[in-house]
Design a binder for this molecule. Structure first.
Ligand code: HPA
Ligand code: ZN
Length: 337
C-alpha cells in the first residue's frame, strides 16, 4: 500500500495518552505562560532527554512534562493540538486516555482537567469532524484507595467518560491490585480496559481479563509467551491496542524489525495500531503504520486488516462502525483488487 493511501484511509486511534501528546514546543510555551521552571535547559536538551531505557525512565520524564498543565486553557490547548494533528492524518475517531491523578495530586481540580479536555473534544467534533471518547486511567503505582477517590470524581462526569483504564509502572503493580475499584466502575456502567503485557508477564493479561473484566488489552504484546492465552485471545477476539514506535523507544523490542505485530496478526488476533505517547516516541499514527509496513513488510491486506480492526475494536456503536467500514472499503477497493 502506498504511503499516501495510509495517510488517506479513515482511521481510529484507541491507545493515546493525552499527556503524551505534549510536544516540547507547547511544553515550553505553557511553562512560560504559567511561570514554571522546567528541568530542561532548552528545546534541544528536552529532546535529548527522550532517550529512554524502559517504561519507568519514560514515565519519570512524562510526569515532569505534565507539571506545566495548570489551567483549563492548558488542557484545552493540549487536547485541541492533538485533535488537529489526528484530523490531519485522517483519524476519524479517537479514544483518548487521561491520567487525572497526575494533576489532582498537584492540586489541580478534577473539573479543570475534564472541562478543558472536553471543550476541545466538542470543538474538534464541530470543526474537524473527528469523534472522540474519553477513558480515565488510574495510575497503577498509586493505591487502590486513591483510584477509588478518583472514581468518585469520575462519577460526576459520567456523561463525558466512556471507560476506565489502568496505566503507569506495570511491573510490581498487577491488575488484581485494582480488583475492587474496577468492579465498582463496571457496576456504575463504565467500560474497562487495562495496560497489560507491555513489560509485565502474560499473567497480568489474564488478570486484566479474568479479574478486571476488560474489553480490550492495551499493548498485550507479551501474550506470545503463553499458548493458552494466544488461543483465548484468538477465540474471543479481545483486541490488543499495540503501539509499535512506543515499544521500540521503551526497549520492549530492540528494533521495529523485531516487533511481533505481524506474528500476532498471523495468529488471528485482533491487533490494532496506535501511537501511545506520540510527542515522546517520535511519531503519530501514520508514522506508526509506515514504520511497521516497511519494517515488517506488511502486505496491503494486512494494513487493511489493521485499520479494519481499529473500527471493530472501538467503542463506537455498531451502526457507526458499519458506516466507517463502508467509507474505507470504498476508498480501498480500486487499489486493492
Ligand atoms: N505504559 C504505561 N503507562 C503509560 C504509558 C505506557 O505505555 N504511556 C503513558 N502512560
Ligand atoms: Zn499506553
Amino acid at each position: 500500500m502506498n504511503n499516501n493511501l495510509i495517510q488517506e484511509i479513515p482511521k481510529t486511534e484507541l491507545h493515546l495518552h493525552i499527556e503524551g501528546t505534549l510536544e516540547p514546543e507547547l511544553m515550553f510555551s505553557l511553562a512560560q505562560r504559567n511561570h514554571i521552571k522546567l528541568p530542561f535547559a532548552s528545546l534541544e536538551k528536552t529532546k535529548e532527554a527522550y532517550n529512554f531505557s524502559n517504561l519507568q525512565s519514560f514515565l519519570d520524564v512524562y510526569y515532569q512534562g505534565a507539571n506545566v498543565l495548570i489551567n483549563e486553557q492548558d488542557f484545552f490547548d493540549l487536547t485541541f493540538a492533538y485533535l488537529q494533528k489526528a484530523a490531519s492524518q485522517n483519524i476519524v475517531h479517537t479514544e483518548i486516555f487521561f491520567d487525572p491523578q497526575t494533576h489532582t495530586d498537584r492540586g489541580i481540580p478534577f473539573a479543570t482537567i475534564i472541562n478543558g479536555i472536553n471543550q476541545a473534544l466538542i470543538k474538534a467534533k464541530e470543526e474537524l469532524n473527528i469523534s472522540s471518547y474519553l477513558i480515565l486511567c488510574f495510575l497503577r503505582h498509586l493505591s487502590e484507595e486513591s483510584a477509588f477517590q478518583t472514581l468518585e470524581e469520575a462519577l460526576k462526569y459520567q456523561d463525558q467518560i466512556i471507560g476506565i483504564g489502568l496505566d503507569s509502572s506495570e511491573l510490581g503493580h498487577p491488575p488484581s491490585k485494582f480488583k475492587n475499584v474496577f468492579k465498582k466502575a463496571k457496576e456504575a456502567g463504565f467500560l474497562t480496559v487495562a495496560h497489560a503485557g507491555e513489560e509485565g508477564p502474560p499473567e497480568y493479561i489474564w488478570e486484566a481479563i479474568n479479574i478486571l473484566g476488560v474489553s480490550r488489552i492495551d499493548h498485550g504484546v507479551r501474550c506470545l509467551e503463553d499458548q493458552k492465552l494466544i488461543d483465548y485471545l484468538r477465540e474471543t477476539q479481545i483486541p490488543l491496542t499495540v503501539c509499535p514506535l512506543s515499544n521500540v523507544k521503551l526497549k520492549v523490542f530492540n528494533s521495529i524489525q523485531e516487533h511481533n505485530l505481524k506474528k500476532l496478526l498471523d495468529l488471528g488476533l485482533c491487533v490494532t495500531v496506535n501511537s501511545d505517547d506520540p510527542a515522546y516516541f517520535g511519531g503519530y499514527l501514520v508514522e506508526n503504520f509506515l514504520a511497521i509496513k516497511d519494517g515488517l513488510n506488511l502486505t496491503d491486506s494486512e494494513v487493511k486488516k489493521l485499520v479494519e480492526n481499529g473500527f471493530k475494536a472501538s467503542f463506537l456503536p455498531e451502526e457507526l462502525k458499519l458506516v466507517n467500514f463502508f467509507r474505507f472499503t470504498q476508498l480501498l477497493t480500486p487499489q486493492l483488487f
